[in-house]
Design a protein around this ligand. Structure first.
Ligand code: K1U
Ligand code: ZN
Length: 175
């Protein structure tokens, strides 16, 4: 199982829209395993395929204390939602940045597991927040899109500057 590189904002691939998985084959199982390894190693409580440059619609989540309750959501869709909650969110594509975002408190969703079996389930609290955050990634939406224009500009500029500095450092090292 290999850890994958996580795309960092402003990488334009974070704005891609995922395509549904149609064949639940060995490649999908390998991607799920690699994404789980990447999420646990980061560490994070969720990861969407778009964040590792993969177009298939796949999410992995583990919000348990023991980190032994991996959830796999392939082609996920939210069927119903209720209530509101505001939680401080992080994002592995915005390392070190956190912001409060309003989300539904409770959701019912449908997804497939890595074996291709379709299931429906409910989620609330942090699990519901994480599913909504990851489903957003699958349509190219980022948690900073919910912020005020001023906050969004600030965080965008901060990460754009960091990306330029990384590029400069790479160019310097290359001679
Ligand atoms: O999608 C991602 O970038 C992963 C993200 C998921 C998430 C976190 C919090 C609220 C909503 C969605 C993360 O996992 S950020 C890292 C993080 O939250 C964390 C890391 C280590 C221990 C506990 C939490
Ligand atoms: Zn994220």
């Amino acid at each position: 199982m290999a850890a994958l590189d996580i795309l960092i904002y402003p990488d334009p691939r974070l704005r891609r829209v995922a395509t549904p998985v149609v064949a639940f084959d060995a490649e999908i199982k390998r991607i799920v395993n690699d994404m789980a390894t990447t999420m646990y190693e980061a560490p994070g409580i969720g990861l969407a395929s778009i964040q590792v440059g993969i177009r298939h619609s796949i999410i992995v989540i583990d919000v348990s204390q023991e980190l032994q309750d991996l959830k796999v959501l392939i082609n996920p869709e939210i069927l119903e939602s209720e209530g509101e909650q505001t939680v401080e969110e992080g994002c592995l594509s915005f390392p070190g940045y956190f912001a409060r975002v309003n989300r539904a408190e409770w959701i019912r969703f449908r997804a497939h597991n890595e074996h291709g079996e379709c299931y429906e389930a409910e989620a609330d609290g942090l699990y519901a927040v994480c599913i909504q955050h990851e489903i957003d990634h699958l349509s190219g939406k980022l948690f900073t899109d919910y912020l005020s224009r001023l906050k969004r500009q600030r965080v965008s500029r901060q990460f754009e500057k960091a990306a330029r500095n990384r590029q400069r450092e790479l160019a310097r090292q290359a001679g």
